[in-house]
Design a binder for this molecule. Structure first.
Ligand SMILES: *[C@@H]1O[C@H](CO)[C@@H](O)[C@H](O)[C@H]1NC(C)=O
Length: 312
C-alpha cells in the first residue's frame, strides 16, 4: 500500500526473544510446557470452583475470575510467540497487532483490578469477621467484577484507538515478542505526544492506585493481627494473605521495576526478559501459589475427583 510517497505498513515483524539459534528448540519446548501448565492449572481452578459448592464464596469467585484473566492474558501472547518461533518470517498483520495490544491491556488491567478486589475481600474477612457476609455480599462481588471489566475495557479501548490514529512508515521491526505499546510508539512516524501523555496519566492510575490500595489493605490486616496476638489467627491470616502477597509482589515488582525504575542502559534484552516474567511466569504460578498449602482447594480436589469412591 502506498499513500503519496509514504509507505503505509500493513504488517509488522516481531523479533521475538534474543535466543541463540542452537537453543531455539529447547526454549520452544520450555515455553510450550509453561503455556500448557498455565492453561491446565487455571482451567483446573475454574472447574474446581464451579463444581464444588464449598467454594462458592466471594474469595473463590474472585480467584476463579483471576484464573480466567490469567488464562486469557497468557493466551494473548504465548500462542503467537510459539508460532513465530517456528516460522521463518515472524510477522503479524497490522490489525492483529492492534488486537493483541487491546487484549493485552484488557487482561493485564483486569488482573490488576481483581488483585485489588481480592485484597479488599481479605481485609474485610480479617478485620471485620463478624460483618463479612453482610459486607462482601454476592451483589458487591458481582459489582466489583463488573466495575473491573468496565474500567479495563475503557482503558484498553482508549489506548488502542489512540494507537490506530498513528501512521507507521518504513520501520516495521518490533524488537519484542508481542505488540507492546511502547515498542509500537517508538516505531511510529507520527507525533506521539498525545499518546505518551495519556499513557503517563492513565498508566499512573492503573498501576499506582491498585498497588497503593493493596498495600493499604494488607497493612491494615497486619496491624489488626498484631493487635490481638493469637497463634492460630496469626497462622490462618498469614496462610491466606502470604499467598496473595507473593502474587502481588511478583506482578507489581516486575511491572514497577520495568516502568518506574528504568536503569541507565535499559537494554531491550532486559525489558523482554522482565516482560516475560509478568506475561508468562505470573499467570503460570498463580494457580500453584493459591492452591499450594490451601486446605479448601485440596479438599475440593478430593471431593470433585473422588466423589464416586466416597459414595461407594
Ligand atoms: C466472576 O465473579 C462473578 C461474581 O462473583 C461470578 O458470578 C462469576 O461466575 C465469576 N466468573 C468466573 C469465570 O469465575
Amino acid at each position: 500500500m502506498t499513500e503519496g510517497n509514504q509507505t503505509v505498513i500493513s504488517w509488522f515483524l516481531l523479533l521475538g526473544l534474543p535466543i541463540p539459534p542452537e537453543h531455539q528448540h529447547l526454549f520452544y519446548a520450555l515455553f510450550l510446557a509453561m503455556y500448557l501448565t498455565t492453561v491446565l492449572g487455571n482451567l483446573l481452578i475454574i472447574i474446581l470452583i464451579q463444581l464444588d459448592s464449598h467454594l462458592h464464596t466471594p474469595m473463590y469467585s474472585l480467584l476463579s475470575n483471576l484464573s480466567f484473566s490469567d488464562l486469557c492474558f497468557s493466551s494473548v501472547t504465548m500462542p503467537k510467540l510459539l508460532q513465530n518461533m517456528q516460522s521463518q518470517v515472524p510477522s503479524i498483520p497490522y490489525a492483529g497487532c492492534l488486537a493483541q495490544m487491546y487484549f493485552f491491556l484488557l487482561f493485564g488491567d483486569l488482573e490488576s483490578f481483581l488483585l485489588v478486589a481480592m485484597a479488599y475481600d481479605r481485609y474485610v474477612a480479617i478485620c471485620f469477621p463478624l460483618h463479612y457476609t453482610s459486607i462482601m455480599s454476592p451483589k458487591l462481588c458481582v459489582g466489583l467484577v463488573v466495575l473491573s471489566w468496565v474500567l479495563t475495557t475503557f482503558h484498553a479501548m482508549l489506548h488502542t484507538l489512540l494507537m490506530a490514529r498513528l501512521s507507521f512508515c518504513e520501520d516495521n521491526v518490533i524488537p519484542h515478542f508481542f505488540c507492546d505499546m511502547s515498542a509500537l510508539l517508538k516505531l511510529s512516524c507520527s507525533d506521539t505526544h498525545v499518546n505518551e501523555l495519556v499513557i503517563f496519566i492513565t498508566g499512573g492510575h492503573i498501576l499506582v492506585i491498585p498497588f497503593v490500595l493493596i498495600v493499604v489493605s494488607y497493612a491494615r490486616i497486619v496491624s489488626s493481627i498484631l493487635k490481638v496476638p493469637s497463634a492460630r489467627g496469626f497462622r490462618k491470616a498469614f496462610s491466606t494473605c502470604g499467598s496473595h502477597l507473593s502474587v502481588v509482589s511478583l506482578f507489581y515488582g516486575t511491572l514497577i521495576g520495568l516502568y518506574l525504575c528504568p536503569s541507565a542502559n535499559n537494554s531491550t534484552v532486559k525489558e523482554t526478559v522482565m516482560a516475560m516474567m509478568y506475561t508468562v511466569v505470573t499467570p503460570m504460578l498463580n494457580p500453584f501459589i493459591y492452591s499450594l498449602r490451601n486446605r479448601d482447594m485440596k479438599g475440593a480436589l478430593v471431593r470433585v475427583f473422588c466423589k464416586k469412591k466416597i459414595m461407594v
